[in-house]
Structure formats: C-alpha cells, structure tokens
Design a protein around this ligand. Structure first.
Ligand code: DI6
Ligand code: FE
Length: 428
C-alpha cells in the first residue's frame, strides 16, 4: 500500500511502511534526550531524563512516567528498553546516496597529490559518476544504493534526503529521483528527494553553461516539478560548477515551479553563496567553509540552516573551516550531514559525521546531536513532523547502548544502536 501523508513544507514523503495498526505502544524505561531543549552554545552536555513514550498510529501521543502513561493507555503494549538512551531517530539531510560507478581510483590520485579540482577538470570527479549513472536503470541505482542506505539505518537514521544530480539530462535525473522514491518503499524510513539539476555542466553542452541553464529553467525544471518526484531543488555554486548569477536565475525558476531551494555554497571558494541562498529563502546552505561574516548574518536573518559536511572537508584535506563561532554567535541552526557521495565524501554513517564535526570543526556533543536531529529536520522543512520527541510528531526513535550521549560522538566505529523505531514500529 502506498500511503501519501504530510511531510511538512518540503513536500510529500511516501512509503508503504505506514504502520497499519492503530495499536498503542509504550516505549518504557528509557533515558530520553528529546532534542527539545538543546543546551546553548558551548554547553557540552545533553541531559537525558527517565521517561516513557506513548505511541499511537505511529505518532508520539505523550511523554511521561510509564506508570501514568499505562493508566492513560491501559491496552498499550509495553516495550521496555532497559534504561537505555533514547533519542530522536537521526536525520541525514544531505546525501548523494543514489549513484552508479566507483571512484576509488580518484582517492588514490588525490593521495598521490592531485587536487579534486584538477581531477574534475580532466573529466573525473562528478562527470565520471554522471557517465556511470547514465548507464544505470532505476533498479540498478536502487541496488547500488541499498547497502549504503542500510549502513545509515544501522546507525539509527530514520529520515534521509537523497539528491539527484548525476544524470544532468532529464531522463537520468528522473530515474535517480524514482530510485530515491523506491528506496522509501523498500526500507522503513522517510525519504525526502532533491532535484540537483545544477551540479556541473555535462560534456554534451560544449562548454555552454548559459545554454544549459536556459534549458534547465525552461524545460527540465517544469518537467521535474510536474513529475512530483522532487521535494526541493539544489545547485552547486562553485568555480568548477555554476556562477552565482546562474544560480540566482535557476533559483528564481525553481521557486516559480513551487520548489524550495538549497545550495552547495562556499565550499572551495567564497562566491557569497550563503547570502545568495538566504536571499532566496533557502531551506539550507551547505558546506560554508569559505562563508564570511556577511554570509553568516544573511543566513541568520533568513532562518536558513547551515548544513555542515565535515566528511567532504576531511576527505579533501581542506584547511579552511566553516565559521562555526560566527554561526554560533548569530544563532544560525547548524545541521550535520554525511554528504554521502562517491567522490568527496564516501561516508555512510551519521555517527562518524558527528565525530568529524566535533573533532574537525569543534562542535560540542549537544551541537552534534541537535545537528543530526532537530536542525537537520529544519533543513528539510520537516521541523513540524520529526527531529524532536514531542507529542504529535512521528515516533521516529533511536535506542542506544551507551551510558552517556557523548559516546555517540566519541566512539568512532562503534555500533551502539540497540533498536530503531520508525513511525512507532520497531525494526525486527
Ligand atoms: N557535494 C557535491 O555535490 C560535490 N561536492 C560535495 O561535497 C561533488 C561530489 C562529487 O565529487 O561527486
Ligand atoms: Fe553534496
């Protein structure tokens, strides 16, 4: 059964895993970190409190003492989680998890001293994944992505953003988006799709990027919007991709077709992408290594989420860190995501992404956890339905075998997930 249901302003999330029963369940005996109260600024700790969660039709009906919830819902099935840490299910708000091909050889070229930009200019990089993805059917794309998706699920992920952007022609982009929707039908998780129509210029355009932008705005964007396969639109604003002027034009078109926008901004140079994203009311501006104070205040004013992608920073051995202290001071919500992609961030663990955000960027435990829950939900426009444990939201929950929340960030390579609940249903 395909059951469409509301997923906030970013659009639809479809899955056959809608809980079929209306049975009430109580997740009892947990130490709950709800992500509702995130300690301010540098405060490091995430206090977890003993609590139980009542679930009805996949949503959180109430939080409180198990005794009280049992009185209120006497028929509820009780599920004791043995005093373990309970957090919102994790949300990966930036991935390129659907793609074909293999770029491990580029890893070796970079180890031998070549730069990402020079590999891209020689036909490698994004374009090599484009060539492989254009050869792949929807089924092949799904088959290739599922092991990476399963790795994320095994680390407690319950909501996943998936971008297209390795097709760069209409047919392949639509196949990528269909593969992303298919993943939501095959696994117990919510998928949000993004049409990354302006990732890089494909070779058949002979260097005519303005011509590409023209077709994107007048042909492909309306077609993708009409297909209903995309919940949002993304672009890559960079010297090796599209200029701010081009992105400005593309964003205006995307918004005209009803798509919320987000931007790969200021990753390798400061093209003032953060300000550009903010001016278009973007859901998020992502990367931000080279963003300046002006860009930070634009994000703060627009309410645009800063999505930090420490995996790409780490794999590319970048030296310039995002302006974390300025983002903090300005109160910009900071999300953390994997950027799971075959080139700059072959990473499929949000726990590892949190560790990198803490070690490389200096985020606190609380900031890391808020970054993969509450703020990641906002980056997807889903803040009303997921990201915190509050009555009315989906009961997307991760239960962890740890004594202290900091272990989720600290223990690189550990597999502390005890159990995952998606929409109130525990994994088998
Ligand atoms: N996200 C992207 O889309 C690009 N970099 C990044 O962090 C390119 C990814 C790739 O090399 O395939
Ligand atoms: Fe990316």
């Amino acid at each position: 059964m395909l059951a469409p249901h509301g997923a906030g302003s970013a659009g639809r999330v479809i899955s056959q895993f809608m809980p079929a029963t209306s049975a009430t369940r109580i997740i009892a005996n947990g130490r709950v970190w709800s992500a509702v109260a995130v300690p301010a600024e540098r405060a490091g700790d995430c206090a977890a409190h003993p609590a139980a969660i009542a679930v009805q039709q996949g949503r959180i009906a109430a939080l409180g003492l198990a005794r009280e919830l049992q009185q209120r819902f006497p028929d509820a099935e009780l599920l004791d989680v043995g005093g373990r840490l309970v957090t919102p299910g994790l949300i990966d708000c930036h991935t390129h998890i659907v793609h074909a091909g293999n770029r491990a050889a580029e890893f070796e070229r970079r180890r031998a001293g070549e730069s990402y930009q020079s590999i891209a200019k020689s036909g490698g990089g994004i374009l090599s994944t484009v060539a492989a993805t254009r050869q792949a059917s929807v089924q092949q794309l799904v088959d290739a992505a599922l092991p990476r998706v399963d790795a994320l699920l095994a680390d407690g992920t319950t909501t996943l953003e998936i971008k297209s952007g390795y097709g760069l022609d209409l047919d392949t982009e639509l196949r990528m988006l269909r593969a992303a929707r298919a993943i939501a039908d095959l696994r117990a998780l919510s998928v949000v799709t993004t049409y990354l129509g302006a990732h890089t210029l494909p070779p058949e355009h002979g260097g005519d990027s303005d011509g590409y932008v023209q077709r994107l705005c007048t042909e492909w964007l309306p077609a993708v919007a009409a297909s209903g396969l995309a919940d949002a639109f993304d672009a890559y604003c960079e010297t090796i991709a599209f200029t701010p002027q081009q992105v400005d034009r593309i964003f205006a078109a995307a918004r005209q077709y009803g798509l919320r926008v987000k931007l790969h901004a200021d990753q390798l140079s400061n093209l003032h992408g953060a300000r550009l994203a903010a001016r278009h009311g973007a859901l998020s501006a992502d990367h931000l290594e080279y963003t300046d104070e002006d860009g930070v205040s634009a994000l703060a004013q627009a309410g645009t989420v800063a999505v930090l992608l420490p995996g790409a920073f780490y794999f590319l051995r970048e030296q310039q860190r995002p302006p974390i202290e300025a983002l903090r001071r300005a109160g910009v919500p900071m999300a953390v995501a994997t950027d799971c992609n075959p080139g700059t961030s072959p990473l499929s663990s949000l726990l590892a992404a949190m560790n990198l955000a803490a070690v490389e960027f200096g985020l606190t435990t609380a900031e890391c956890l808020a970054g993969v829950t509450r703020h990641a939900a906002r980056a997807l426009g889903l803040q009303d339905s997921v990201g915190t444990l509050e009555p009315g939201k989906w009961c997307d929950v991760a239960v962890w075998d740890v004594a202290h929340p900091a272990e989720l960030v600290n223990n690189l390579g550990a597999r502390p997930l005890h159990r995952r609940f998606w929409r109130g249903q525990p994994d088998a």
